[in-house]
Design a protein around this ligand. Sequence first.
Ligand code: FEO
Ligand code: CA
Ligand code: CA
Ligand code: CA
Length: 580
Amino acid sequence: PGRGSAGRPLLGFRPIPPSTADEVVVPRGYRARPFIPWGTPLLGRYPEFRPGTPSAGVPGGNTAEDQAQQVGMHHDGMTYFPLHAGRKGSEHGLLVLNHEYTDEFYLQTGAYQSPYAPTYTAEMVRKSQNAHGVSVVEIEKKRSGEWALVRSRRNRRITANTEMELAGPAAGHELVRTAADPQGRRPLGTINNCGNGETPWGTYLTCEENFNGYFRVDPGQNEENSELQGRYGVGGDRNRWATQDPRFVVTPTDANEPNRFGWVVEIDPFSPESVPVKRTALGRLKHEDATVHVTKGGRVVVYMGDDQVFEYVYKFVSSGNWRSMRSRGKSPLDEGTLYVARFDDDGTGTWLPLVHGQGPLTAANGFADQGEVLVKTRMAADLLGATPMDRPEWTAVDPRTGTVYVTLTNNDSRSEANGPNPRTPNLWGHIVRWDEQGGDHAATSFEWDLFLLAGPGDGVDGSTIKAEDSFGSPDGLWLDPDSRAWIQTDGTQPTGNNQMLAADPYRTEGGAPELRRFLTGVVGCEVTGIAMTPDQRTLFVNLQHPGERGGSTWPQNDGLATPRSATVVVTRDDGGVIGT
Ligand code: FEO
Ligand code: CA
Ligand code: CA
Ligand code: CA
């Protein structure tokens, strides 16, 4: 695809080497400080962080109630919402961030223990549930230049038990009704919140990813339930919630609770009492992130990946202009068309609509109505012939050109290549990009190409990057307002810890994309979640699960040995724009 000529180079910092250190490294002239780690007092009684849980045998540790008043665990996707117009907005805002999952040994005992499988109490389950979800954190920049949490009524914790609403075509559907909620409209909680998005009307989107592993499925399910739960991999009770909380037990007569997860959830961060809404029109998958783009005609388009091997890339297009829909009291995320991508080997692609009654999505094939198409999104996409990808993670849109990018993190079980997934197996991951037909994001066809194949570099294992820029398992991805592409990793690296690199998408060097390593994470962490203030002078990045296999005490500045997921605040010593 043509993307115009390269202008001024986008990258101005001096790249850093890979690192195996238990500290965050950024380029010369930059500073990185840990901020709002898991357990930071956030609201209510503002309980101080104390490692461990009393009922797990750790006297003096934080209770479940404490955890509900503290920042959650395992920071992931994140958005900065300014609280003012103009310059002040870059010094005072709401940082909204996801808490994807928990490392239970650190949560319950404060120390690394593997395997960790004790008998759980109700209190331990509740603490685990309260460490999940989303935090809304009011923050401000002090005169010293450091950012601080504000003890504010705007601060909020959303957990696995927060009251929510189901909206869109699957709300109230038979498949989302449970014994506790026979109307199928008032689900509780959000879990496994991975990536994020934000809407032009100032709300936050949080994406439910690996919800499937939190349930126990009892025997005796009917054929339909077994097929549906099988397609989403429901089962495993990985956090032992099912031992104490019957909501996470799928019985033959009350089997629909898992169908109330796997959605994109909309949160109004400016209204602490607002009820989060699960937007079913956006489909039910292991949602990685939700990147919103507005078409020239004002329709909202949401790009989304389903993160599992051989799953698909999706987009949702609202039925109308978002302003006029909202003025008529309708959510632009409730009415529209969900599409799944077919990438053809000739470099073209087609968006296939998931619309009941169209093509194979009929009652005869098991889809009674649009609600059923959405609850069974993956099964509908299978029938349409979508292209199986190597774990679609984050999507991003280039604000200058409209080119859309998706990270495909890796797929060690791929034995047969297709155009957009050329390596067998795909050990290191890659990035695909496409341009919508005529530059219209509501179009139903596109042209794609491979942006890069990650790996050790210089052609090793087919990688198309330079050895000095080696990385693997691309996951988080964002193009900033200048179109600098920020790539974050989660998984095996050719060398060192997980990391974040920046790319200039318009430049190549000897055929390889222009890339520079910007940040290296600590032992055992992934680097995920990225946000900037509007002036691009403060960068927020999350380090998730430091020391997941031991070996880390980051962030260390708290005097504790327990590693804690945290945000990293990156600024430039000269106060300049990040990345230039
Ligand atoms: Fe939550 Fe696919 O990473
Ligand atoms: Ca991720
Ligand atoms: Ca991960
Ligand atoms: Ca990942």
